[in-house]
Design a protein around this ligand. Structure first.
Ligand SMILES: [Zn+2]
Length: 165
């Protein structure tokens, strides 16, 4: 038996659970820097709750880009620098509910949404605790509309930059 193996320093076993969500710009950036705390989707997600890596998709939402105010809100702490085809940060998914849950009372009368970012007739993925990656990780390829499972290598690279995960 090799002594080196027996006394090897404790390596990090078990990486954190993580999923990957592809979001078009500017929304991806806004999740991480502008308190965008709801992502609106139309397809059901799994019951997963926990860390989600935000992947900035290859193509932007041109309409949303065009509607961005020339000057970001004063409290935004980062320059608008939109990466594409890269994992740009992580956020915690804490709830998923239908818009009718937060947007209507029991008689179907409209109420306030759970967030200014929430849209009617969508599923609301409620996000909190955003952590931008100091160095975005290139990740090319289509991911689909739901939560994807990242490969181990990607999770390791995320954790190198965010070791508290
Ligand atoms: Zn909601």
């Amino acid at each position: 038996m090799s002594t080196a193996a027996a006394f090897a320093p404790a390596r990090r076993t078990g990486l954190p659970e993580m999923r990957l969500l592809s979001v078009r710009q500017p929304w991806a950036w806004q999740i991480l820097h502008e308190h965008k705390d709801v992502e609106n989707r139309i397809i059901p997600t799994s019951g997963y709750r926990g860390w989600v890596a935000i992947h900035a998709a290859r193509t932007p939402d041109e309409e949303a880009l065009g509607l961005l105010p020339a000057v970001p809100p004063q409290w935004v702490d980062a320059d608008r620098q939109f990466e594409y085809e890269a994992v740009i940060g992580v956020v915690r998914l804490v709830d998923v509910h239908d818009a009718s849950w937060c947007g209507e009372d029991q008689y179907g009368r409209p109420l306030e949404m759970c967030s200014p970012w929430a849209l009617r007739s969508f599923l609301h993925l409620v996000l909190t605790d955003p952590h931008p990656l100091p160095q975005p990780i290139p990740r090319i390829g289509r991911l689909g509309l739901g939560l994807a499972r990242p490969d181990r290598h990607l999770v390791e690279k995320v954790c190198e930059q965010l070791p508290f995960l």
